[in-house]
Design a protein around this ligand. Structure first.
Ligand SMILES: Cc1cc2nc3c(=O)[nH]c(=O)nc-3n(C[C@H](O)[C@H](O)[C@H](O)COP(=O)(O)OP(=O)(O)OC[C@H]3O[C@@H](n4cnc5c(N)ncnc54)[C@H](O)[C@@H]3O)c2cc1C
Length: 528
């Protein structure tokens, strides 16, 4: 489905939707898929693009969370490990088994982390991805030749999942459509309609045309991540704020900093944080930080201190020290942590999810993590069903294959992450070989992918394609800028726009992409 078809479906629908979901990140899309797959008439409204917010800015891990194990939050780890197993089964084209190595520099690291990882293996049970084990110094360096060898004693290898967050979001929107639901991007909810004190729908504005819509529903779900409080206060200006946002920054480096297939996991840096260096789409992703922030934005800016922190700590564990000039891209995301009032340090706030029903019947779901989006959605729809008095239907997502599901594929094929859709892209290229040309010599993306994104994945802007349908912006911001004119040209042709649209799109994208360059003024030019 493309966006025009979604708008048509929205406008031609008469009466009450069973469920309206506000927010098209991991949480909202999960709820949309769950509700639509139970057969409820489901509409999802996203103010910008799917996964524009936090959901495209994660560390890309489908994990139980070794850190939460250390914090003693066993139930959270158990639930996340279970969900990890389900997700790898339901979206094998996007989630893979990733080996992580904890390097041991102190004599007690080996026994301590070795034992901890055995507990992690045990909690994963039948859905485990492979046993953890000790590695000698030689084995550790063979797997990660760029690890700092001085004082290295060995390592502990364990397994977790890795994925492409924005691609999974796009595939969830498609899964929702496959199940009969309607997800719409660029449609902002601006208010609620009520019968007496109870919500019976939303007002929404089409961000492309400015057209207003009043849409009725039996129940409305607020799944807006760090915007949760804004939506709660739209309904009740006196609502108590519940979000404590925390910013996390990642740097993307060349593959030479992490050759091979294994990732590095440092459970505790000198100041008590976790550091990951993870291979991803032919690059190394390094992060992250945990900085409390009060300004909520869809495009948060990395701070100079955060970039400096990551570079300095990565240098402690890598034999080749990364410098600002090595950064291909830097991106920031905001964690929607729920402030229970007990903790002031965001790193210590629980990553559990919270489900609240307002007196007006608004169902709010927030917190949690990408890994647990399916369980969050199941809990939310179970609750929404009761609030709306819908006939009770069982959740079916534990075994629901996500759009593109494909088990066996060649991971060196540049189109492999489309899963079962790759054959359609290949057919397009056979019909028009020009579509098989690369958009940039340093990145694998092909011209056909732009047309596919417009026709089948609801891409509307150059940014939608370069940041989330492909991952060019986060893999190499400069290459993405260079690709913008050609992408704008293909999109303008496919969407029927003129040269003025093309120019506006290119300018807007280049301005945005400058924030992904570590040396941009926004990211703090005063790096040490
Ligand atoms: C740095 C970092 C690293 C992380 N790493 C991992 C990881 O490796 N693994 C993991 O499992 N989890 C990870 N997480 C957590 C995970 O990314 C988040 O829990 C998840 O993405 C939150 O999704 P969400 O849908 O709740 O929020 P969002 O993705 O922010 O979605 C909310 C959406 O609501 C929309 N919205 C807001 N207001 C309105 C409105 N009025 N009308 C319509 N739409 C509206 C917004 O535009 C936005 O798209 C990480 C988070 C961060 C910040």
């Amino acid at each position: 489905m493309n966006r025009d078809q979604a708008i048509e479906a929205l406008e031609s629908f008469e009466g009450y939707w069973d469920i309206i979901v506000i927010g098209g990140g991991a949480t909202g899309l999960g709820v949309g898929v769950d509700a639509a797959s139970r057969g409820y008439r489901t509409l999802l409204l996203e103010q910008h693009d799917f996964a524009k917010g936090t959901s495209s800015r994660s560390t890309k891990l489908v994990h139980g969370g070794v850190r939460y194990l250390r914090q003693g939050n066993i139930s959270l780890v158990l639930e996340a490990l279970h969900e990890r197993g389900l997700l790898i089964r339901n979206a094998p084209h996007l989630v893979s088994n990733q080996a992580f190595i904890v390097p041991n520099y102190e004599w007690w690291d080996g026994p301590f982390y070795g034992a901890g990882m055995k507990v992690y293996d045990m909690l994963a049970g039948k859905l485990g991805l492979g046993p953890s084990r000790h590695l000698s110094k030689q084995e550790t360096l063979k797997r990660i030749p760029t690890l700092e060898p001085a004082k290295l004693r060995g390592g502990v290898v364990y397994h977790d999942g890795q994925f492409d967050d924005a691609r999974l979001a796009v595939n969830l929107a498609q899964t929702m459509t496959d199940c009969g639901g309607i997800p719409v991007n660029y449609m902002k909810v601006t208010g609620f309609s009520k019968v007496g004190e109870m919500i019976d729908g939303v007002f929404a504005t089409d961000m492309e045309t400015g057209k207003s819509h009043g849409i009725h529903a039996r129940v409305v779900v607020n799944a807006t991540g760090v915007f949760t409080d804004q939506v709660l206060q739209m309904e009740n200006p006196g609502a108590t704020p519940m979000i404590a946002a925390s910013q996390g920054v990642h740097l993307v480096l060349d593959k030479s900093f992490l050759p091979g297939e294994s990732a590095i996991m440092v459970p505790q840096t000198a100041d008590g944080r976790v550091l990951f260096v993870v291979p991803w789409h032919g690059r190394a992703v390094v992060g992250t930080t945990d900085t409390p922030v009060s300004r909520i934005s869809l495009e948060p800016r990395p701070l100079a201190e955060e970039i400096a922190f990551i570079l300095a700590h990565a240098a402690l564990y890598l034999s080749k020290d990364p410098t600002p000039g090595d950064i291909k891209s830097v991106f920031a995301g905001l964690r929607p942590l729920v402030n229970t009032g007990k903790e002031h340090n965001t790193a210590a706030i629980s990553r559990d999810h919270y489900l609240v029903v307002s007196e007006s019947g608004l169902v709010t779901i927030t917190g949690g993590k990408w890994t647990t989006y399916r369980k969050m959605a199941e809990d939310t729809v179970n609750q929404a069903m009761l609030v709306a008095g819908l006939d009770e239907r069982e959740c079916v997502t534990k075994k629901l294959r996500i759009h593109g599901w494909l088990k066996h594929f060649d991971s060196t094929d540049p189109l492999h992450y489309y899963g079962s859709d790759a054959i359609h892209l290949k057919k397009m290229i056979r019909t028009d070989p020009g579509l098989g040309e690369k958009l940039h010599p340093d990145l694998p993306y092909l011209r056909a992918e732009v047309t596919w994104a417009v026709q089948k994945e609801m891409a509307r802007t150059v940014e939608d394609f370069l940041a989330r349908r492909s991952r060019a912006l986060v893999l190499d911001a400069r290459a993405a800028m260079a690709m913008a004119p050609e992408v704008a040209g293909i999109m303008a042709r496919d969407l029927g726009y003129d040269d003025a649209w093309k120019t506006r799109q290119i300018n807007a994208f280049v301005k945005l992409a400058e924030n992904y360059l570590a040396a941009s003024p926004a990211a703090g030019a005063s790096l040490p």
